[in-house]
Write a protein that binds this ligand. Structure first.
Ligand code: PXP
Length: 256
């Protein structure tokens, strides 16, 4: 299983003070030392965490493959074609969202051309999609190398069932609090991820997964055979505040 460490939140901490620390580049070296396979960063339209200069410095260091998440934005696409990260994962983006909500709308008009353009620049491609079978077939037709399955719904249900979130101020209001209903929804959500991953494998797409994965919920996703890459950020960086980044990553490997 490849682990892609998402380091956006290191930049988020820096931007809380708008100074130069902590530097996301430093995380790349620590991650490499403890065996991380890939660095994932999201270059958002509003550059609220990762900046163009972070991306350039991280690619220039080139000690790990870089997976850049981005929206279908013309100027970002042009910039990324010049920077040539290892992989680009197309994600939806709304300015007002806290984090990526929902998978990419695969009916976006110029998606196929955008993917072709990245391939012309020798960049691997993936689309971040909701785990539904119809999305997998469309992704294949679009010509991407792989997909990343959105595990956010599964993760939210898991949090509501097995953490204290249902009693916390930040409770997820859109989800039920009835535990039996939550249990059924969680099982269905996991099943959708499994079925989608199996179909993608049959169609010879590389299968990654991510969003909301943490030390408690990662094992069930890890065990889905066709999934070969997990992109994880928030939980590892949150844990790193208390135990340091290297140890937080090691703990994640021990949770697989
Ligand atoms: N994969 C994708 C496509 C994402 O948008 C994100 C969030 O930036 C992640 C993985 C990582 O999610 P988390 O920070 O919740 O682990």
């Amino acid at each position: 299983m490849k682990l892609g460490l998402n380091i956006d939140h290191i930049a988020t901490l820096r931007e809380a003070r708008k100074i130069n620390e902590p530097d996301p580049l430093e995380a790349v070296f620590i991650a490499k030392n403890v065996g991380v396979d890939q660095i994932t960063i999201h270059l958002r339209e509003d550059r609220r965490h990762i900046h163009d200069d972070d991306l350039k410095a991280i690619i220039r260091a080139s000690i790990l493959p870089i997976n850049v998440e981005c929206a279908c934005d013309e100027s970002i696409i042009e910039f990324l074609c010049a920077q040539k990260p290892y992989k680009i994962t197309l994600v939806p983006e709304k300015r007002e969202e806290i984090t990526t909500e929902g998978g990419l709308d695969l009916s976006y008009p110029s998606l196929k051309e955008i993917i072709k353009e990245f391939h012309k620049h020798q960049i691997q491609t993936a689309v971040f999609i909701d785990p539904q079978e119809e999305n997998i077939a469309i992704a294949k037709q679009l010509g991407v190398n792989g997909i990343e399955l959105h595990t956010g719904e599964y993760a939210n249900l898991h949090l509501m069932l097995y953490s204290n979130l249902s009693r916390h101020k930040n409770t997820i209001k859109t989800l039920p609090t009835n535990r039996d209903t939550l249990r059924t929804q969680l099982a269905n959500s996991l099943q959708k991820i499994q079925t989608s991953a199996e179909l993608a494998e049959r169609l010879e797409l590389e299968v990654a997964a991510g969003h909301g994965l943490n030390y408690q919920n990662v094992r069930a996703i890890y065990e889905i055979g066709p999934i070969t890459e997990l992109n994880i950020g928030q939980s590892i960086i949150a844990r790193a505040v208390f135990v340091g980044l290297g140890e937080a990553i090691r703990e994640m490997y021990r949770s697989f």
